[in-house]
Design a protein around this ligand. Structure first.
Ligand SMILES: [Zn+2]
Length: 256
């Protein structure tokens, strides 16, 4: 498994990629592409249309299956995982029902208004203006999921089996993880911040801990976090070392 933390696509299993965006800080989220024959599933879009278009172009260069993405999964409602949805509006967009509901509460247009107001918001405004300066929230249509689920949804991407598992409310009201059982890959959304401090928008913390336990129960070989570098398989085996498992466990310490 590639371990370099570099921007772009990293193949984590045959026909399965993580799209990483260093440095993993505010808004710099990861995404994923799962292919099966001609079929494809995108895990999350990015924080704005430019970044999402750039990612889709990179994906199309790597595999023809990305030319026509059949399914998009939004792991949760934060804009850095769904504001790019307008560029895949022709796909079936899937999320938990709670995620879809939350997505309508903070559309990109609200972020754009907040950015325009930032100069009059004192130090908080300065902070917002600085961390979100690289992103554009103007003229981003709100594109909500077209299919929702509760608890669990099993999908097929070509011959590949993909399970969506609701683990929220934790980071947000409607978190889900994407599990590929045959490949041992889990896309965690923001249940895992690798190398960064997690932020609890919804909670309670006990749910987040339970979500971590559910991910561990899946015994993943590869963990693709919502932010930060890939978490590796060796560290899952070597429990207690500060790698993949240690990373998951390290979420708990700052929260407890
Ligand atoms: Zn995020």
């Amino acid at each position: 498994m590639p371990t370099a933390y570099e921007k772009g696509l990293h193949e984590v299993a045959d026909g399965v990629w993580a799209y990483l965006q260093p440095d993993g800080g505010w808004g710099w989220s990861n995404a994923g592409l799962v292919t099966g024959g001609d079929a494809s599933l995108l895990v999350d879009t990015l924080f704005d249309l430019r970044l999402t278009a750039e990612m889709l172009e990179v994906m199309r260069r790597v595999t023809p299956a990305a030319e026509d993405i059949g399914t998009v999964v939004n792991t949760h409602a934060n804009g850095d995982h769904c504001y790019g949805n307008a560029l895949v509006a022709g796909s079936e967009i899937v999320s938990t029902a709670r995620c879809a509901e939350e997505m309508g509460q903070l559309p990109a247009s609200t972020m754009a208004a907040m950015m325009r107001a930032a100069p009059s918001l004192g130090r908080a405004g300065e902070f917002l203006a600085r961390i979100f300066a690289p992103f554009s929230f103007d003229d981003v249509p709100l594109t909500l999921p077209s299919r929702t689920f509760e608890d669990r949804l099993d999908l097929r991407v070509g011959d590949r089996h993909v399970s969506l598992i609701e683990v929220g409310p934790a980071h947000t009201a409607g978190d889900a993880v994407v599990h590929l059982p045959a490949e041992g890959v889990v896309f965690t959304g923001d249940i895992l911040f690798h190398g960064g401090h997690p932020i609890v928008w919804a909670g309670p913390v006990a749910n987040w801990i339970a979500a971590c336990d559910r991910i561990l129960d899946l015994e993943p070989a590869v963990v693709v976090p919502g932010h930060g570098p890939l978490a590796g398989p060796r560290s899952i085996d070597a429990q207690g070392t500060p790698d993949a498992l240690g990373v998951i466990l390290s979420i708990r310490r700052p929260l407890l």
